[in-house]
Ligand binder design. Structure first.
Ligand SMILES: [Zn+2]
Length: 211
């Protein structure tokens, strides 16, 4: 059950609690914006608001949304607020602390200052699971998303520690090597930072099993 709206008759309220989470997120991730050289706003350039209800986009409840203000709005209101970030109170109140951080990082990723003019960026990937299922990761953005997801998927041993090590070029190279060892029936061992990993070809695996 959602916690009751604590702001009386108003439908919109200042969301200081949201701003506090965003400030933590900004401090944590300022240096790790997926390597993209994008100028992001600071918390003081964003207005954080709670809305009483649950808004929906294409029928799906939206926890938070962010939009850039226009030059006209900033002029009329004599304001330097570059972005307005709205958060649905009922949905927010049901999130864990970690989910709240994820939502704030997500919204921050939307925000861009291009030559000091605010704008919003689209998501990296727009795709249906059914298409991925049928055609795999068929463009570069999807491959990058796949690599970002990989350490968080269950059943991949040791993946968590290696999350920061993987880059798309390396992953592609590993795929090529796997094909090669499969064809040649050999195994290849890699050593890096004192750790070892062996890629065994299908035939090498059979031989090991038979030995
Ligand atoms: Zn989004």
């Amino acid at each position: 059950m959602a916690i009751e709206w604590p702001y009386g008759d108003a439908n919109i309220a200042e969301a200081d609690a949201v701003e506090a989470v965003m400030r933590d997120v900004m401090a944590k991730h300022a240096g790790t914006m997926m390597g993209k050289p994008i100028q992001r706003p600071g918390a003081n350039q964003i207005r954080f608001l709670f809305v009483k209800g649950v808004t929906r986009k294409a029928g799906v409840p939206v926890v938070a949304s962010v939009r850039a203000t226009t030059e006209l709005e900033r002029f009329v209101h004599d304001s330097n607020v570059e972005f307005v970030l709205k958060v649905s109170w009922p949905l927010w109140s049901e999130l864990t602390d970690e989910q709240r951080e994820s939502v704030m990082f997500h919204e921050w990723c939307h925000c861009e200052l291009l030559d000091d003019e605010p704008g919003t960026l689209p998501h990296d990937v727009h795709e249906f699971s059914a298409v991925i299922e049928a055609y795999g990761l068929w463009d570069r953005a999807q491959e990058e998303m796949g690599l970002a997801m990989q350490p968080h998927l269950p059943g991949i041993e040791g993946a968590e520690q290696d999350a920061d090590d993987v880059d798309p070029g390396l992953a592609a190279a590993i795929g090529d090597i796997k094909d090669l060892v499969d064809e040649e029936g050999i195994s290849v061992t890699f050593a890096r930072r004192g750790r070892e990993a062996t890629i065994k070809g299908a035939q090498a695996e059979e031989q090991a099993a038979g030995a």
